[in-house]
Write a protein that binds this ligand. Structure first.
Ligand code: C2G
Length: 143
């Protein structure tokens, strides 16, 4: 069984996240998602999330590509995670390109960076919700 792992906050889940998870799963048979806890997000990423860890975990566990969700509590847990879960492939979006190459030296895992889905992000969604007149905008597209 080929095991894959990826890490992230996955707040306000959107199709960019799904595209990443789908491609990550296609690289193996079992996909583990290390989900940033609320504490890790705030203390280490200065990120406040719309959804709590439990809600973000519930959403991820409902995705067909995801087999296991574990907490991400520290930047430096990746090496031990890869060893503990016998991971073959470590996957991240290419906004992280190069940041985790050390894992190839410290573990037997392959490190793969996948192209991000352009134009969508949680930050963009929050901005658009405050600016676009979504109803009118949506209506004009479908009428
Ligand atoms: N992603 C993507 N396309 C987007 C948005 C996100 O491919 N339009 C990918 C990111 O590259 C990342 C994953 O989806 O691989 C999760 O994105 P975030 O929740 O923003 O994760 P991040 O805050 O980058 O946390 O230790 C690593 C960190 O936990 C990663």
């Amino acid at each position: 069984m080929k095991r894959v792992i990826t890490y992230g906050t996955f707040d306000m889940l959107h199709y960019g996240h799904i595209n990443l998870l789908k491609r990550a799963k296609e690289m193996g048979d079992y996909l583990i998602v290390a989900l940033s806890t609320d504490e890790f997000n705030w203390h280490s990423k200065q990120k406040k999330t719309y959804f709590s860890y439990e809600k973000r975990k519930q959403l991820l566990e409902a995705i067909r590509y995801v087999d296991l969700v574990i907490p991400e509590e520290a930047w430096d847990q990746k090496t031990s995670d890869v060893k503990l879960y016998k991971v073959d492939t470590f996957v991240m979006g290419d906004d992280w390109a190069g940041q985790f190459d050390f894992l190839q030296d410290e573990t037997d895992a392959e490190v793969v960076y996948l192209a991000r889905t352009p134009e969508i992000s949680t930050t963009q969604i929050k901005k658009d919700l405050n600016t676009k007149d979504l109803t009118t905008d949506h209506k004009s597209k479908t009428d």
